[in-house]
Design a protein around this ligand. Structure first.
Ligand SMILES: Nc1nc(=O)c2c([nH]1)NC[C@@H]1CN(c3ccc(C(=O)N[C@@H](CCC(=O)O)C(=O)O)cc3)C=[N+]21
Length: 287
């Protein structure tokens, strides 16, 4: 077997952000308004601080504004809902990102649902999930949407292929499965309670790892020539796939860092520019 293609997430994210930058420029010309994303962070997890910083930086790199809201670890659900509602009602804000995870006393689902669908540029609400699952217009969940950008950029044909998604979280595994289904893959979702996980993964022509366990997926679980998309973001920038053993078994593979992570942010930025256009009465497809 020849060496696998290493999927370049940085390159794809630059292309997606370039499209967003052009749209932002046209929005500014047509309306005089600068699109704005607000990041909401509850608590002080160092990785979450870094991620939200990266999101704001990339936002500004494409000519948009960013704002940050930081709330203390002991914030209650009601306090967070009140804050998100205030941001939702502010016409100067076009996108709201609530960084996951929130501290355990907070009802995260209720907090996500407080984001108006029009500003849910991170695609975390039930409305966004439902629209995506029914192939209706709306915002895709950022990480799986970023993975789809990689699939498209590398001309990966999902039709009829067996895609195995490891993980079933509401903002990663579950929406990923629906997006692969929309691309005509045969989809299996497996998870921590799946019996004989390696033998299920072995069926995958495309394997998406989204479990949150460092180096979990081993090369000998993979079908020869599998396409490996690693959505893991464990401490220290370690993915969910054991890269060293997965690399020689795969035909294409995403590295960590430099794979899925950058396209997650690019999807968020791009969707913010699209959301802003819509909120300002412009057709994002004609910009
Ligand atoms: N509401 C919400 N939406 C999210 O999309 C969301 C979230 N919460 N919580 C946490 C996860 C994680 N996540 C990452 C984004 C970028 C990188 C990324 O760009 N990582 C770089 C390396 C990091 C670095 O350079 O420091 C890379 O993979 O190349 C990683 C992880 C978004 N998430």
């Amino acid at each position: 077997m020849s060496d696998p293609t290493i999927i370049d997430g940085k390159k794809v994210s630059k292309q997606v952000q370039e499209q967003a930058a052009q749209r932002v420029e046209k929005i500014k010309q047509a309306t005089g308004v600068t699109p704005c994303l607000v990041t909401v962070l509850v608590g002080s997890d160092p990785a979450s601080i870094t991620y939200t910083q990266m999101k704001r930086k990339r936002c500004e790199a494409v000519g948009m504004k960013s704002m940050k809201v930081e709330l203390p670890t002991e914030t209650t659900t009601d306090q967070l809902l009140a804050k998100i509602k205030e941001l939702g009602d502010d016409p100067a804000i076009h996108g709201i990102l609530l960084q996951h995870p929130v501290p355990s006393q907070i009802d995260e689902r209720a907090a996500f649902e407080a984001i108006p669908a029009s500003k849910d540029v991170d695609g975390v609400t039930i409305a966004s999930f439902g629209a995506m699952a029914f192939d209706l217009p709306g915002f895709g969940c950022a990480t799986p949407a970023g993975i789809c950008d990689l699939i498209d950029a590398y001309d990966i044909d999902c039709t009829g292929k067996h895609a195995v998604v490891i993980g079933r979280s509401p903002i990663l595994g579950k929406p990923m499965a629906m997006m692969l289904l929309a691309r005509h893959a045969t989809v299996t979702i497996c998870h921590s309670r799946t019996v004989d996980l390696p033998s299920v993964v072995k069926q995958g022509d495309i394997v998406v790892a989204a479990v949150g366990i460092p180096n979990f997926v081993k090369g000998d679980w993979l079908k020869e020539g599998a396409i490996v998309l690693d959505a893991g973001y464990n401490p220290g920038n370690v993915g969910d796939c054991d890269y060293e053993s997965c690399f020689p078994k795969s035909s294409m593979i995403t590295p960590v860092p430099g794979g899925v992570g950058p396209t997650t942010i690019a999807a968020l930025i791009n969707q913010t520019s699209i959301g802003a256009a819509r909120q300002l009465g412009l057709d994002p497809n004609n910009l």
